[in-house]
Design a protein around this ligand. Structure first.
Ligand SMILES: [Zn+2]
Length: 238
């Protein structure tokens, strides 16, 4: 890490802040997570265990999509508060399974948004997370979302599968307008381990739909890491 980035990183970790969930002031970074106090992390940040969704090789989440994280993730995406990306990346880095997958990845792909959604929000929350998590190997060009879909949480299990089928594709020659710092474009996915990054996973249908064109392009493995996974007792398939 270059000197000034390292200095900035260390400075951010020692600056006191107001806890984003319980409002405790002053709070300081705990286990590399800044933005939420130590007691909130100890009380609420537990990585859920769950079966790997069909259509992926592996999958890991930092927390359950539950209080207080669900409200914070909504603020991150819809307020929007892109600055919360650093907090969520810190939470994800605490989970060893997520770190192992990111280290093993040849290519990291943040889930793309449809153009209209990106224009409306002004940023892609998955790309912001990816940039906090890895400095290289991010490809934000090749995978595109060819149609917008209804939010998965509003649908039944069957409707979810149909909702996202064929929603993603690989584009051969990306437009230069997609260029962005810290990202690169890969021309071949053959025999690569690709790790997808997203904010929330419900059944995994969206991630599996994003993985499909990568497997067709020859990927050896496609895994996914997310901030939060919707717990089994919430909004489950009927
Ligand atoms: Zn707190």
């Amino acid at each position: 890490m270059p000197f000034f980035s390292r200095l900035l990183h260390h400075t951010i970790l020692v600056i006191p802040f107001e806890c984003a969930t319980c409002k405790k002031w002053p709070s300081t970074a705990f286990e590399g997570v800044t933005g939420v106090c130590q007691s909130c992390i100890q009380m609420h940040a537990h990585a859920p265990l769950f079966p790997v969704p069909k259509g992926l090789d592996d999958c890991a989440a930092a927390v359950d999509f539950d209080a207080p994280w669900s409200a914070l993730i909504s603020r991150y995406k819809f307020a929007p508060e892109p600055g919360l990306g650093r907090l969520f990346a810190g939470l994800m880095r605490r989970e060893s399974h997520i770190l192992e997958l990111l280290e093993d990845a040849d290519i990291v792909i943040p889930l793309p948004l449809a153009t209209e959604r990106l224009e409306e929000r002004g940023f892609n929350q998955a790309l912001t997370l990816a940039k906090h998590l890895v400095k290289h190997k991010i490809d934000a060009f090749s995978l595109i979302r060819i149609r917008d879909t209804a939010p998965q949480r509003t649908l039944t299990y069957d409707a979810r599968q149909g909702n996202v089928a064929n929603a993603f594709a690989l584009q051969a020659i990306p437009h230069k307008a997609f260029a962005s710092t810290h990202t690169e474009r890969h021309t071949s996915f053959e025999d690569q381990h690709i790790v997808l990054i997203d904010d929330v996973m419900t059944t995994g249908a969206t991630l599996a739909a994003a993985a499909a064109p990568l497997y067709r392009a020859g990927a050896a493995r496609v895994s996914a890491v997310v901030i939060a996974r919707t717990p089994l007792n919430h909004n489950q398939p009927r």
